[in-house]
Design a protein around this ligand. Structure first.
Ligand code: SF4
Length: 298
């Protein structure tokens, strides 16, 4: 796929000049999660974005419910007037946004709720009382020669005139600097945010609620350009796969499976013959023993 993609990518990047009357190239409309679906496993991308009707997804995951609940509670926290941001209000905020799906039973859900309140209390205790983010859950969008890119950023801070991309994490593994550096999504958010707000945005941060740690990376022009180039290559590969299917290529060949550790957490595992040997994980597997120490850097 990469060889074909390079050909496609070169054309899409404008290395070949269109004729005076040729139609403008269509932009690949995407979010970082759409691109990462392709990069993780082209077959998963096909299931999610190409096959219609899409194959049925598995049941909802408790860790997604927990993550969504914590994210929304933090948004609600910053929506409060500063004088009303008291830790005592956190259980109420979390209860109002709590997503119940995926847990094994009421006891496990209750334990997750209590744990999440603890994470939130510790997190807000570390915030400067006068701190106001520039934006919360803000959609940023930009276009390149081949991409129409958009995505919702958890938080955008302003520090010393520059923008900082903040992504909340609630998983078991504590992210490290390599995760911040390698996050395609955060790099693309940084590029989009800098264009939307017309300000420099190079720093990206992963805020891990379970451990209260921050994994950060300061991008350079080169590293941001590298992420963008790889995103454009992935998009070109995905387009090439779709065109190959239209031209009659077997979809399984155009979108090869990439079986591995991610299969256990894939929404399409039950529909994917390539993952037949991968044991099914319970929807709550990732929230068992939430109180145990976090594992090392992902
Ligand atoms: S189960 Fe594994 S191989 Fe199949 S689509 Fe999902 S990630 Fe890809």
């Amino acid at each position: 796929m990469r060889g074909g993609a390079r050909t496609n990518g070169a054309r899409a990047n404008g290395d070949e000049q269109p004729g005076l009357f040729s139609a403008p190239a269509r932009l690949f409309v995407c979010t970082p999660s759409k691109l990462s679906a392709y990069e993780d496993c082209p077959r998963r991308y096909r299931f999610a974005y190409v096959d219609r009707p899409a194959p049925p997804k598995g049941p909802p995951w408790a860790h997604n419910s927990l993550g969504a609940s914590v994210h929304t509670a933090l948004r609600a926290w910053f929506d409060l007037p500063p004088a009303k941001r008291r830790p005592q209000s956190l259980p109420t905020l979390l209860r109002a946004t709590w997503v119940r799906e995926g847990y094994r039973d009421d006891a496990q859900e209750h334990e997750a709720f209590t744990t999440a309140v603890g994470w939130l209390e510790a997190y807000v205790a570390d915030l400067d009382p006068g701190f106001e983010p520039l934006a919360i859950e803000r959609t940023v969008a930009t276009k390149t020669a081949t991409l129409a890119l958009s995505g919702r950023v958890d938080r955008i801070d302003e520090r010393d005139g520059d923008l900082v991309i903040v992504d909340y994490k609630t998983g078991r593994s504590r992210p490290g600097p390599d995760d911040a550096r390698g996050s395609r999504a955060m790099a693309l958010y940084a590029l989009a945010a800098s264009r939307v707000f017309r300000r420099s945005c190079r720093r990206v941060e992963l805020h891990h609620l379970p451990t209260g740690t921050v994994a950060a990376h300061e991008h350079s022009d080169e590293s941001l350009a590298r992420h963008l180039r790889r995103a454009e290559e992935s998009a070109a590969d995905a387009v090439a796969g779709e065109q190959a299917v239209v031209a009659g290529t077997d979809p399984d060949e155009a979108f090869p499976a990439n079986p591995g550790a991610l299969c256990g957490w894939c929404d399409y595992r039950r529909s994917c013959p390539a993952a037949a040997d991968v044991p099914e994980r319970a929807p709550w597997a990732s929230v068992e023993r939430l109180g145990a120490p976090a594992t090392g850097e992902a």
